[in-house]
Design a protein around this ligand. Structure first.
Ligand code: BGC
Length: 769
């Protein structure tokens, strides 16, 4: 296979510059620290094809939607995390000619993303049209130690002949989103300042009024000697910068250090923003690049020490999983309950940095099992804080009495997805939110969350399901009509098995939780019931009636759960019947043809079997798998991981491994040909799950941790780290053997292949597998 990047266990390496792949590389080499993200755009000018992208978490704009046929209930806007002022810019001219990789001869080019340390490095050598040869080495990072700081080291040398170099570090707020619906600019300038020390640009977003201050400072070194500079100051609308010139002698290296402090009104008092940013950048510059870098690297080392997955014997798989873990941590660190995980994180404009069901269904277990408890709790609290809006959202669609429908896409709790099939119909998202609460309680045992917040959300969700079902006389059953399941290649279907399953499960789980909270915290329960006017007798009786009488489509001939009523009326074909040149079908077929076909975009029935695996025997899972997998085109990045996990579950390790590679290297190998738009961050969590829940068979059931490991033939060993009940465990699986190392100071119990084992604090135990 042709790979875009070299295989390396800790790095992504691009050798040679291919302009046609530049947008994809800008996504792959993105850096971030949970609060900010930056695509791998060049510091110096680049007039070739590029998607400029600097993003700040939580800073969004309500872009007016474009909908031809407006209907009641459609959202008014699509929220976007914005492309924000460019803080990385450094313009270079040598003997009057601009350095621009699109306009000169590239002699050498290498880009490297060091995932162990969170640093983007670039080394290239060019011949300008005026004959000058220049070598450049640049490194940059967004600090994981101080989330408001970014730093760049940019070294220039002229190996053949000296010349006059003009250098301009700047901040430029004249930026746009490529996907702006009406070509509007989203930022206003509030103030700007440039003096002999540093430059400052204070901006604010239109409509949403977030303020962000950008302060930069810089200095230039020749070897270890700081050079005195006499800069020319530039200040114009939305732009501040300094230029200076040096006479560079051949063979000498000149390094510009550029520091940026980026402070938003989300975390600072708005009136002092400029001053605070200036003070902060001065402090950063006084510390210097190396010291900032050391603190940043240490923060990354700490993350890796507690969450690395090691795979021995398969470097491509190793690189894949580290790439996924790295980007997940770059996107979300979990310390701020206002933030969440966009499907593309901070690596592109698509999906607008908004929150989808992806968070609860895919990303949540990753943070739950790798991070401190507060991280997962914050993700749950994000939805708790949006409960009022979810109730309003349901009310807009005609539901009442405290029923909540969480949005399919949101930043501030309001729905901002404007395709009716998704907004009105893809209601299974409500179920994933309930499932995350369940998952959290199972893993952590933190019942206080349920008492204080979780139960309130569950009751509101159950109230929604109660109103969303209707009784069907001919069937003498309750039905859920007009939905879109996880398979978005099918709309407006009746009784999608997955949706019905998760609705029924939510109602049942809510009843269990009511019972629990009533006995563990009766006063809190009473308080909640009064506050939300919950009629314990009538409402729960209605829910029970639905649980017992909900309709589930089934096909006796195939002996499988039917994805929805009428699924088998479709012309039954397999994905092997589709010609290779027509894949992916979403880029080659009309939408009408896709909707009428039997092809499934992503796990749907299998998603349900994944969540509720313990309710089904292996034979049932196998039959459904064998029916649905050959019909699934996996055109959502969220699909292969779930199928990989379920392939492990039915002992199809080769299939599980094939799908693992597809999910783990989806972006590095650009399998779906869309990486230029950004990375599939939420699906990266699915990749992690396909090792942890798939190969290792780790799952918490009835509050116990189960380990049922398999190992792909290609691997000599793999090891992973998870937290369970506040205990850190390292689990290593090799051919025929599993080792569990209890790294905590308390005993832990674990079910290994069905047998309960106790491992003392600090001990390692081996098991045959
Ligand atoms: C998938 C959805 C997902 C969305 C964002 C779509 O392609 O079908 O399930 O929520 O992408 O990742």
């Amino acid at each position: 296979m042709d790979r875009n990047y070299k295989i390396d266990e800790w790095k992504i390496i691009e050798e040679g510059f291919r302009p046609e792949n530049n947008r994809a590389s800008e996504s792959v080499f993105s850096i971030g620290n949970g609060y900010m993200g930056q695509r791998a755009n060049f510091e110096e000018k680049y007039s070739g094809d590029s998607l400029r992208g600097s993003y700040i978490a939580g800073i969004y704009y309500p872009d007016k939607t474009r909908v031809g046929w407006w209907k009641n209930g459609y959202p008014e806007y699509f929220a976007k995390v914005l492309n924000s002022p460019n803080w990385i810019g450094i313009d270079i001219k040598i003997d009057g000619e601009e350095l621009d990789l699109d306009r000169c001869k590239i002699l050498y080019f290498q880009r490297e993303l060091n995932m162990k340390e969170g640093v983007l490095f670039r080394h290239f050598s060019v011949r300008l049209n005026n004959g000058i040869r220049a070598d450049i080495k640049s490194s940059r990072f967004l600090s994981l130690d101080d989330h408001e700081i970014g730093a760049i080291s940019y070294t220039i040398s002229l190996p053949e002949k000296g010349g006059r170099i003009n250098i301009t570090p700047y901040i430029d707020g004249n930026v746009v989103n490529e996907d702006a619906n009406y070509g509007e600019a989203f930022w206003n300038e509030d103030s700007r300042l440039t003096d002999n020390g540093n430059s400052l640009l204070v901006t604010s977003t239109r409509k949403t009024n977030f303020s962000v201050a950008y302060a930069i400072d810089y200095c230039l070194y020749n070897k270890n000697r700081k050079i005195d500079l006499e800069p020319v100051l530039h200040s114009r609308e939305m732009y501040v910068g300094h230029s200076f010139e040096i006479d560079a002698t051949s063979g000498n290296e000149y390094t510009l250090f550029k520091y940026a402090a980026i402070l938003s009104s989300q975390n600072n008092t708005v009136n002092d923003l400029g001053q605070l940013a200036t003070a902060k950048v001065r402090k950063a510059s006084a510390k210097g690049f190396d010291m900032l870098l050391t603190a940043h690297k240490n923060a990354w080392h700490k993350k890796w020490d507690e969450s690395d997955i090691i795979i021995k014997g398969d470097p491509a798989a190793q690189q894949g999983i580290r790439f996924n873990i790295f980007h997940l941590y770059q996107t979300y660190t979990g310390d701020d309950k206002r933030l969440n995980i966009g499907p593309k994180g901070f690596t592109g404009e698509k999906y607008g940095g908004s929150t989808y069901w992806d968070t609860e269904a895919f990303a949540f277990p990753f943070y739950l099992m790798t991070s401190d408890l507060h991280v997962a709790r914050n993700l749950l609290l994000y939805r708790y804080k949006h409960l009022g809006k979810a109730i309003e959202n349901a009310a807009k669609l005609g539901f009442n009495k405290g029923a909540a429908l969480y949005p399919m896409v949101t930043i501030n709790g309001e729905e901002c997805h404007n395709e009716w099939e998704i907004t009105f119909e893809e209601i299974h998202r409500n179920g994933a939110i309930a499932y995350a609460i369940y998952n959290y309680i199972e893993h952590t045992g933190d019942k206080s969350y349920l008492e204080d917040y979780g139960l309130e959300v569950l009751i509101a969700l159950s109230r929604f399901w109660r109103q969303r079902v209707n009784y069907s006389e001919p069937k003498d059953k309750y039905v859920i009509l007009g939905v879109t399941g996880p398979n978005e290649y099918e709309n407006n279907v009746n009784n999608n098995w997955y949706t019905n399953k998760i609705a029924q499960w939510t109602l049942r789980y809510t009843l269990d939780c009511i019972k629990d909270v009533k006995s563990s915290a009766p006063a809190k329960y009473k308080d909640l019931s009064d506050r939300i006017s919950f009629d314990d007798t009538i409402e729960t009786a209605e829910w029970k009636e639905i649980i017992d009488n909900l309709f589930f489509p089934y096909d006796d001939n195939e002996d499988v759960f039917l994805q929805q009523e009428g699924y088998l009326d479709k012309l039954q074909q397999l994905t092997s019947d589709i010609r290779a040149e027509e894949r992916p079908i979403n880029q080659h077929w009309s939408w009408d043809r896709i909707l009428r076909s039997c092809f499934i975009k992503q796990a749907d029935v299998i998603q349900g079997l994944y969540f509720f695996e313990e309710e089904y025997d292996t034979e049932t899972i196998r039959r459904n798998y064998d029916f649905y997998e050959p019909r699934t085109v996996h055109e959502s990045s969220l699909s292969p991981s779930i199928y990989s996990i379920m392939a492990s579950r039915i002992d199809r390790i080769d299939k599980a491994y094939e799908l693992y590679l597809r999910t783990a290297r989806l972006d590095i190998d650009d399998i779906n040909k869309e990486v230029k738009e950004g990375l599939h961050i939420t699906s990266m969590a699915g990749t992690w799950l396909s090792i942890v829940e798939g190969f290792a068979g780790l799952k918490v059931k009835q509050q116990k941790l189960y380990l049922n490991p398999l190992i792909p033939d290609a691997w000599q060993l793999y090891s992973l780290m998870i937290r369970f009940r506040n205990k850190l465990l390292k689990i290593s699986i090799s051919q025929g053997k599993a080792e569990v190392h209890n790294l905590s100071d308390k005993q832990v119990c674990i079910m290994v292949k069905g047998e309960e084992k106790t491992i003392n604090a600090g001990d390692k135990e081996f098991f045959k597998i």
